[in-house]
Design a binder for this molecule. Structure first.
Ligand SMILES: Cc1cc2nc3c(=O)[nH]c(=O)nc-3n(C[C@H](O)[C@H](O)[C@H](O)COP(=O)(O)OP(=O)(O)OC[C@H]3O[C@@H](n4cnc5c(N)ncnc54)[C@H](O)[C@@H]3O)c2cc1C
Length: 458
């Protein structure tokens, strides 16, 4: 019997959905009010509390700390610049784009250093990130990608042939891979739980079961009272559409995962993967996976991309057809895992801005700050966002506040039904493109995918 939903496998491994902290007891004042206790909110609280211990910091969370994507993700602590560096070259110049990349590389190490400093086990192994190609078209894309990455400093990308790829992990049909060292596999919920406990120790007050309905300058309104604060930070990512006047800011994109039972030693012999590099591919509807610290495979992909009206899932509950698709893909990648039962399936939402570029910002006039829109790469970026927000709130002139993503704004998403039609159409096109590329064996990227990229603004 596959466990379905229950927020995530990661939480179940920690004993299930945790007993929530107390809700907001009534209206109160604070210096900083942070809405959302995922990584973004918690890193912001951590950076502020360590920089200025006398600040009165309140975090308001609708469910419990780590309920959202932060407790459900694939555990890739990686250095991707969400949305790519090229747009920053256009707006801020090449040096600024390089600075953004270096800041992301540093953030990977900062998260690992935090865990060491605070004595938190986050199940980490820094084995790098490996993306493989399984069709000639993917291989051609992979080579172009590697060549482009290698024109930048600090990316440290290596192009691997099929044999070298297989030395690290034996993926059925892999024709080659691209690897870089700036990534660790982590246990997502252990990080969320450890972060929440750490900020509480530093004096931050986290109120759970408290949903914010409206954010205005100096005020976070909830059904349990209002928090009045000089600075109010929105850290609600894929759930942002639920806040008044933010309905079309970021589209809640779904991502779904499965986790196997632990694989027997014989299967690991066949697969390899001893270095625990995180594993992805170059398909248009891409997959992502990690070998967990206890010898399972956690394997994710798109599932149903989007729900009408920006609705989100119920505690990660995942449709059967998504579980079947992910399982079939897992088995295609790793035939040795065919007899290993699937233990758990779950889903979550990530925030997608109209231009697919993450953002962090703070308006001095209103005292309102925000961070998010990380698409599928927020595990590391949230740390950079939290430290940047702290500098912005404290009015510090640092290298972080000069990075090109600071203050970035994208236009809003189209209203329904256009939004729903567009996302369904784009993902149907990506699926069709993957099938066409696999069938034809051609090195050329399918024209359907190119059109979908143009429409999506990706
Ligand atoms: C299945 C999946 C796999 C992923 N895999 C990876 C990966 O491997 N690597 C990677 O880099 N990124 C990955 N991501 C993305 C990454 O997890 C997120 O970018 C990151 O966790 C975002 O953190 P956050 O704190 O901004 O948002 P969240 O963790 O979603 O936190 C937002 C919090 O705000 C709360 N909230 C929402 N609305 C309100 C409200 N009105 N009032 C009060 N509280 C509210 C929510 O309950 C939630 O706890 C994945 C995401 C998913 C869903």
């Amino acid at each position: 019997m596959i466990a379905n939903g229950d927020v995530s496998f990661w939480w179940r491994q920690l004993g299930g959905v945790p007993e929530p902290r107390s809700p907001l007891p009534g209206s109160m004042d604070a210096d900083v009010c942070i809405v959302g206790a995922g990584y973004t909110g918690l890193w912001t609280a951590y950076a502020l509390a360590t920089a200025q211990p006398d600040l009165r910091i309140v975090v308001l969370e609708a469910r419990f700390a780590g309920y959202g994507a932060s407790g459900r993700n694939g555990g890739w602590l990686t250095n991707s610049v969400t949305g790519g560096r090229e747009s920053y070259v256009r707006t801020h110049g090449r040096d600024a784009a390089i600075a953004q990349q270096r800041a992301m590389n540093d953030a990977v190490d900062e998260v690992l250093a935090f865990a060491g400093r605070e004595g938190i086990d986050i199940g980490a192994r820094k084995g790098g990130e490996l993306n493989v190609a399984r069709t000639p078209a993917q291989l051609a894309r992979l080579r172009r990608f590697a060549a482009a990455e290698q024109t930048w400093p600090a990316t440290d990308v290596e192009l691997w042939d099929a044999a070298r790829t297989a030395e690290h992990v034996r993926v059925e049909g892999a024709l080659g891979g691209v690897w870089h060292p700036h990534c660790a596999a982590i246990h997502p919920a252990k990080l969320a739980k450890g972060l929440a406990e750490t900020v509480e120790r530093l004096g931050v007050r986290i109120f759970e079961q408290t949903r914010v309905t409206e954010i205005t300058p100096g005020l976070a309104r909830t059904d349990r009272g209002d928090v009045r604060a000089t600075h109010v930070i929105r850290a609600t990512e894929g759930f942002t559409a639920g806040i008044r006047s933010e309905h079309r800011t970021w589209l809640p994109m779904n991502s779904s995962m499965i986790a196997t039972e632990p694989l027997p030693a014989a299967a690991w012999e066949e697969i390899g993967w001893d270095g625990r590099a995180t594993l992805g591919d170059l398909a248009h509807v891409y997959m992502y996976a990690q070998r967990t610290e206890d010898g399972r495979i956690a394997f994710g992909g798109r599932g149903r991309p989007y729900r009408y009206g920006s609705r989100v899932d119920t505690d990660g509950l995942t449709p059967d057809d998504t579980i079947d698709q992910l399982t079939a893909l897992l088995h295609a990648f790793f035939p040795a895992a065919r007899d290993v039962p699937i233990a758990h399936a779950w889903s979550g939402v990530l925030g997608v801005p109209r231009d697919w570029a993450a953002t962090v910002g703070y308006d001095r006039n209103t005292g309102l700050g925000w961070a998010g829109g990380y698409v599928g790469t927020g595990v590391t970026t949230t740390n950079l966002a939290g430290r940047t927000l702290a500098d912005l709130v404290l009015g510090r002139d640092t290298e972080l506040v000069r990075l090109p993503w600071v203050g970035h704004r994208a236009k809003k998403w189209e209203p329904e039904p256009l939004r729903w039609i567009a996302v369904q159409g784009i993902y149907a096109a990506y699926h069709a493109a993957d099938r066409a590329e696999a069938r034809s064996g051609s090195e050329r990227t399918s024209g359907i995918a190119k059109i979908a990229n143009l429409i999506s603004g990706h």
